[in-house]
Ligand binder design. Structure first.
Ligand SMILES: [Zn+2]
Length: 54
């Protein structure tokens, strides 16, 4: 499930599997589908990430 996280100045959509955050839900969904299917992250998708869990 894509999760929504509110930061102080913006909202990010988090991939439910790897936890990376994106500015749009569509990309977060793509990341999640990819993570689920392959068990790894796609560089093509993760380069769009704007939030990285610590
Ligand atoms: Zn992911």
């Amino acid at each position: 499930m894509v999760r929504v996280k509110k930061l102080s100045d913006k909202i990010v959509y988090l991939c439910g599997i790897c936890g990376l955050g994106y500015s749009d839900q569509e990309t977060a969904k793509k990341c999640e589908e990819w993570c689920k299917k392959t068990g790894t992250c796609s560089i093509e998708i993760t380069k769009k990430a704007i939030y990285f869990p610590s």
